[in-house]
Design a protein around this ligand. Sequence first.
Ligand SMILES: Cc1ncc(COP(=O)(O)O)c(C=O)c1O
Length: 425
Amino acid sequence: MKDRILQLVKEYVHVEHRRNPWQPGERIDYAGRVYDEAEISNLVESALEFWLTAGHWTDEFESKLAKYIGVKYCSFVNSGSSANLLAFWALTSPLLKDRQLRRGDEVITVAAGFPTTVAPIVQYGASPMFIDVTIPQYNADVSQLEAALSPKTKAVMLAHTLGNPFDIGEVKAFCDKHNLWLIEDNCDALGSEYDGKKTGTFGDIATSSFYPAHHITTGEGGAVYTNDPLLHKIIRSLRDWGRDCICQSGKDNYCGHRFDSQFGDLPKGYDHKYVYSHFGFNLKATDMQAAIGVAQLSKLNSFTTKRRENFAYLKNALTDVQDKLILPEACPNSNPNWFGFLITCREDVSRERIVSYLEKNKVQTRMLFGGNMVKQPCINDVEHRIVGDLANTDRIMNDTFWIGVYPGMTQEMLAFMAERIIEAC
Ligand SMILES: Cc1ncc(COP(=O)(O)O)c(C=O)c1O
């Protein structure tokens, strides 16, 4: 019966999810889901199994994602923001002994970006220390790292902005020199490379988001990954209610010592399933989300090729307006898997004029998320420090926008966007 249902699902997808090619006058989104019957078949198969919580699809997704990135351990979670929360909170575990991050410690980051790269620092009670970024790379200005350092600095937490790797060589050397943790927010950069290796493999911990706009999607979803077995153990504990036990959902006594050990001041033999080494969360995703992810992962290489081609097309098409617009540049020694195409208007060009012209012509535009997080209402009463005046961050807040390069874009769509931008200049 399952085969019949899945056959019908395939037929349904061919009819109901068929898309006609884009026509001028139709909207061009900055991002979108790219999928076929494989994603929907997997989703229905997992729904028919009705396991619901993490199960065999989650195992498969986690191990395939870890293999793709080139890391030992991967944990699937319910969003990229949850992934950042977990990655940061892991550093606060008492199991890390003298390297445990504590309240009042400082974490170096940037203000030009997405709020939930910074949020866990604040939520825990540590202090963000903001450094500026460079244009047109839109990543941390590494020349400010030493100035940001204080005796309280314990970690660096940075995103690879819109897929463009930050200067990992310099940042890693700085972290190693001062014994600091490094968290890579890889949410916008799955598949990007630096020095021939995937981003997300350089830091102590890295994170992904699988929100529909991202490189692959599971609807809502995210991942936390590391090569360090202790950090992995802490991440799993914090993800799964803070428990000490490593049994998967629905499985008991995996270690064979469920009733014979001593923990804390609990009576000897207290059920290990209910022993808590942390005050944790529950940030797990469902098996149905993982089932979609398994199908998306098999498309990731072709998505990456398309994103790179789309980026190159736009860059080439806009070369003649470089006296009006600053075009994006990859970090040296990197091969980004671009999430979007960032543009900064030169002094005499109005962003408002270009963005409103594009939106009027149904080309969707985006800001670089929060622009300058230090100017956002949420910064009120939050203890933080900044290096210098964040001049480039302000410039981004005032003059920068981006358009999409997602794999669902055709050359006609890219040409239409480039023509409208040139007209607006
Ligand atoms: C750099 C960065 N980090 C974290 C996130 C959060 O991911 P999610 O929307 O899955 O919570 C995003 C979202 O787009 C992001 O761009």
